[in-house]
Design a protein around this ligand. Sequence first.
Ligand code: NAD
Ligand code: ZN
Ligand code: ZN
Length: 384
Amino acid sequence: MLAMNYRGPRRVRIDHRPMPEILHPQDAIVRVTRSCICGSDLHLYNGSVPDTRVGMTFGHEFTGVVEEVGADVRKLKVGDHVLVPFNIACGTCVFCQQELYGNCHESNPEATAVGGIYGYSHTAGGYNGGQAEYVRVPYADVGPAVIPPGMDPDDAVLLTDVVPTGYQAAEMAGIQPGDTVVVFGAGPVGIMAARCAWLFGAGRVIVIDHVEYRLEFARNYAPCEAYNFRSLGDPVVFIKKTTDWLGADVCIDAVGAEAAGSAMQTLLGRKLKLQGGSVTALHWAINSVKKGGILSIVGVYGPIGALVPMGNIVNKGITVRANQASVKRLLPRLIEHVQQGIIDPKALITHRLPLEEVADAYRMFSAKLDGCIKPVLIPPSASA
Ligand SMILES: NC(=O)c1ccc[n+]([C@@H]2O[C@H](COP(=O)([O-])OP(=O)(O)OC[C@H]3O[C@@H](n4cnc5c(N)ncnc54)[C@H](O)[C@@H]3O)[C@@H](O)[C@H]2O)c1
Ligand SMILES: [Zn+2]
Ligand SMILES: [Zn+2]
């Protein structure tokens, strides 16, 4: 089969790889129909995530048709068209029972933090991902959800990560009616978080980035105010000024380890890799949220420590909430929102490319070229 093949930082290619096989009676094999590239893949692509092994296939946002099921699979049937949450979860461990599906204790024996994730380095279990024609799906009765009749697969594929992550970012932020919400990052996740902030009653939504076309997209889609931090001077001072010097009620970090905007953070976190990424957006979020405010973090950082202003968190009494999105927990609610037209996920898809062009897709998405918000890859076997 064809699959994306990671060859080292900023080098990916398409290759012929062995077909995945059922390795456990609860596995299924899925023929991929859509597969996205995520901002989280860029951390792998840039070599920021430890133990990302050469030869790995990335991809944790995919839909597909069930081709084969293991002997113990009860609910999923061959021929089902499913959307597959990016979290690999056993469904029965103590954390899954609390619906913390991103923190499953069984699917990633190598770590005590995150659970298994498709195509996300051996720190997340070492599972191959869905930027391929076929993928092995463990715990097949737990994660995959049959795409509801009538739902566009382009909407469905964004329910595997972007929609739940944006929604959970807003949910964790504990937004109260009328709150001023500042979202750092106008990637797909930040744009979706800004959109969802209104659903929780926000009174004002502000997005900060430095890529003009993304700011414009956020203004129209969320809709919201959107500002380029390169023209703001100090973004923290700007946010204070526009909130009567109190600070935002809520700040959301939808940027993570690749953050731009500080030469020192870029050097320490991205070039020398002495900390778990550049924490520039996190600094801005901590310093611009009001005293007693809430900071919601969905931006991904590496497992090692980072220089964050801890004293400001304590002295301002900030509540910090963070996690990988618990996709399965949120799916029923979000499927309803899509069906009712409250959220329009597929509007984020700006590019559709054949899987064979995966290297170009990474280049474009990473360098933010051609107005790219969200690229989706279509394998040649998608319509087989
Ligand atoms: N927690 C989860 O479950 C989860 C799920 C999906 C993605 N993520 C993470 O969310 C983050 C965003 O994902 P995405 O797909 O939107 O990525 P993306 O790379 O497309 O978007 C990130 C955006 O942040 C902007 N940016 C860079 N530095 C900034 C700064 N200092 N201030 C404000 N904006 C800045 C970039 O220009 C870019 O537009 C990533 O870290 C990703 O790993 C987390
Ligand atoms: Zn993702
Ligand atoms: Zn579990």
